[in-house]
Every structure is written in C-alpha cells, then in structure tokens.
Design a protein around this ligand. Structure first.
Ligand SMILES: [Zn+2]
Length: 257
C-alpha cells in the first residue's frame, strides 16, 4: 500500500508539472525534417563497439602521411601518381566511389601499388546529415567499388570535409574502419602567387605523426600543391621525415593505455 501510494503521488506530480510546460525530452528532439537524423540503433553489436578516429599519431618518430582526397580524376590523379613514383614516396588516397566507377582506368593496372586507398564515400555528400542507413549506403557502395576495381579492401575512411555524425561512426564500425581526419592542410590559397613557398611552409609546419591533407582534383589554386609535390616530398625528407601510408603511421602509434 505504501509503495502504491508513493507511486500515485509521484505520477500526479509529474502530470501537474508537465501540463503546459515545455517538453524537455522527447523521441524526436532532433530536427529530422531540417536535415539531421538520429544515429539509430545498430542492427548487430560489433566486435569493437567503438571506432578509432585519428587526426595525428602521437609519436616521436619523424613519420608523416601525405593524403590526397576526391580522386581518381583525369585532371591531376595521373600527375600525382607519376610524381610520387618518380620520388618513390608512398601516399594515401581517399577515393570517391562515383569517381572510381567513372574512371576505373585511372586506378587499374597497379597504378596505386605502394599506396594506400581509403573510402571517401560514394557521392561526397555530408555524412553529418545522414541517418545510419544512408551513411552505410554511402560507405558500402564506395567500399564495394574499391574492392571491385582495385581488388583490395580499404581499412580506413575519411568523411567529406571531416563532417560526421553518430550514424557515421556506427556505419564505419560496421565496415571495420578507422576514421581518419588530418592535422595539417596544404595552405594552397596562401601560395597561389608564391608557389614554391608552399614547400618551406609545409616543412616548417610538419610535426612527427602528422597527417597532411591535399587533393588530387579540384579548383585550380590546388595546383600549387601538385606543381610542387616533388619539392614537398624532398623537403620533408631533407628535414629528416619518412613518408608512410596512414596505416603504417597508425601501426607506429604507441599501444593504447
Ligand atoms: Zn573530399
């Protein structure tokens, strides 16, 4: 009787408080129609239950990972690959699935041998605005295209613009991915009229374990990076740095505590 009485009192109190008061918590507080969507429950509990999200690796070794996003595209991808071959430097390419489907000849035949490829989604839309099913489709289609065209499965993904949501992490976990951001972006805009300056700037800014963001397609100001790529690689090496792929860089990370 006592318990029932307490319950009745509590229920009445909640009812009174809720009347006319703003609803603080509800099932649809996020503005779904405005573009956001909740992450949703995962269908299956994954083995990891978490996703590693990395923007640099805390190491004292002078290692650096150069990354190129948004290819493959006919404008600069072949040039970037040729330059990297000349200077014998590995890089990591975050590929857009639709681009790979449109230009498989830019990737087939071992052109990416020695480099790592990662998933940069199918259409390069904003993952932060997608629910889990949409995010999963964006990543899965790109993943499958990379497997089909290159015969290898990526282990890492980079969300376009670095935008992501809880749904992104769950979808990435389903594919066993690490999510890779960056710690240093090529400052193309600042060197359009002083192209070679980008070499000194990149070498000046680099730190051990850095992940450097560049692009192998896009607006013409990015050509500053492409035109100076050999100089950038040589400059980093002259400063004592070894270029590695992102996965090689991750492997150098100290064991998690
Ligand atoms: Zn991108």
């Amino acid at each position: 009787m006592i318990a029932g009485g307490v319950g009745a009192v509590g229920g009445a109190a909640v009812g009174v408080a809720a009347e006319g008061a703003p609803k603080l918590f509800g099932p649809h507080r996020l503005p779904i129609d405005g573009g956001y969507a909740p992450a949703g429950n995962p269908d299956v509990y994954s083995a990891r239950g978490s996703v590693r999200c990395v923007y640099h690796v805390p190491t004292t070794e002078k290692l650096v990972a150069l990354t190129f996003d948004d290819g493959p595209m006919p404008d600069w991808t072949p040039r970037v690959l040729a330059t990297l071959r000349e200077v014998d430097a590995p890089a990591t390419f975050f590929l857009i699935g639709e681009h790979l489907r449109a230009y498989p000849q830019l990737a087939k035949g071992g052109l990416y041998d020695g480099h790592e490829v990662g998933n940069h989604t199918w259409t390069h839309d904003d993952l932060a605005m997608m629910d889990r099913d949409a995010a999963r489709t964006e990543m899965r289609r790109c993943h499958d295209q990379i497997v089909q065209t290159l015969g290898r499965a990526p282990k890492i993904m980079r969300p376009p613009w670095g935008h992501m949501a809880g749904s992104t992490l769950i979808a990435a976990d389903e594919l066993g991915y690490d999510v890779i951001l960056w710690s240093q972006r090529m400052p193309e805009n600042e060197y359009v009229h002083n192209p070679s300056g980008i070499v000194d700037r990149t070498v000046r800014d680099v730190r051990p374990g850095a992940i450097i963001l560049a692009h192998d397609t896009g607006p013409s100001d990015r050509l500053v990076t492409i035109a100076n790529l050999a100089g950038i690689v040589n400059g980093l090496r002259a400063a004592g740095y070894k270029l590695v792929t992102v996965s090689q860089l991750l492997a150098s990370a100290p064991a998690p505590v």
